[in-house]
Write a protein that binds this ligand. Structure first.
Ligand code: Q0N
Length: 286
């Protein structure tokens, strides 16, 4: 992308300006684990995530407008509406995992939600909860209270993103569960269009922005295997890697197994053959 203005980069994605109104969002094949980007890529991972995200954008258009304009023929880049992004991460959790489990164990509370006593790690919550976080420029995102989130975006705007995020999560979690995948939690990002309307942006409901668990292995009371990254995690745990940069090279077996899991998640959720997506990415937005 030599002569295009680079406007942002994440660990595994890049953002370029197409013009004043449009951005190009590119999903690479990079993979991160334990917060470190590994030196080995997973072929087609970016295409799987781009296709899944576009699939969800198309199916949730009735719940909330989104930034997707077009999926490019390469299957890994999308043209998006340029928005004024809100400075919060809109996290929804249906299960008790990650930082929510940590916070629960310490205080029985998470972002101001008082939870019942006696919940186990990975247990399904009585109701999905909205747990906003700040976009930490360095290091990890930090959970914030409703009051802190309100101070950042305004109380009315916060109420609106909470309602939308919960509706999106409920739709996707029930859709995925029927297809054998638990969406334990997920992170949305919203922006405002030129008319001040809320628009869903970034990637949505992918394995990179969510915790996907295989439903058939679900056993609350401890951590759950990751649908997509478990081979990578197991491999990394078997090495002497101390989980700081740089990470280890992955073996061809781990790469192939991990690629297969991403493709399986795509096919289970979309009901579309990944080969068909590669042949014409527009199949996910039809
Ligand atoms: C934007 N980020 C988050 C992608 C994610 N539609 C948009 N309009 C304006 N800004 C953004 C979007 C979107 N999506 C989102 N940063 C800017 C972080 N990025 C990092 C790079 O990859």
């Amino acid at each position: 992308m030599p002569d295009m203005a680079h406007v942002g980069s994440g660990k595994v994605r890049e953002l370029y300006a197409l013009d004043d109104e449009r951005l190009l969002l590119v999903a690479t094949d990079r993979i991160s684990t334990f917060d470190v980007v590994l030196p080995t890529e997973i072929p087609d991972k970016g295409r799987v995530l781009t296709g899944l995200s576009a699939f969800w954008f198309t199916r949730t258009r009735g719940l909330c407008p989104n930034h997707l304009l077009a999926v490019r023929p390469d299957g890994r880049s999308t043209e998006c509406r340029r928005l004024q992004m809100l400075p919060i991460e809109c996290v929804v959790r249906g299960y008790l995992s990650g930082s929510a489990w940590k916070d629960y164990r310490a205080t029985r509370e998470i972002c101001g939600h008082r939870l019942p006593e006696g919940l186990r790690e990975s247990e399904r919550l009585p109701e999905p909860i909205f747990t906003p976080a700040t976009k930490a420029t360095s290091g990890h995102d930090e959970n914030i209270t409703r009051a802190q989130a309100g101070a950042l975006v305004g109380a009315a705007r916060l109420a609106e993103v909470e309602r939308l995020a919960l509706a999106l999560y409920r739709f996707a979690a029930s859709y995925a569960l029927v297809r054998g995948i638990i969406v334990a939690d997920t992170k949305f990002e919203f922006g405002l269009d030129g008319d001040g309307r809320l628009v869903l942006a970034d990637e949505a409901l992918t394995p990179d922005s969510s915790r996907f668990w295989p439903a058939d292995a679900y056993t609350p009371g401890g951590p759950q295997p990751s649908f997509d990254k478990q081979f990578v995690r197991d491999f990394c745990e078997q090495t002497s890697w101390n989980k700081t940069y740089p990470g280890p090279e992955l073996s061809p077996t781990v790469v192939a197994g991990t690629r297969a899991r991403y493709v399986e998640a795509f096919e289970r959720l979309t009901g579309i053959a990944f080969e068909a997506y590669l042949a014409d990415p527009r199949v996910v937005v039809a």
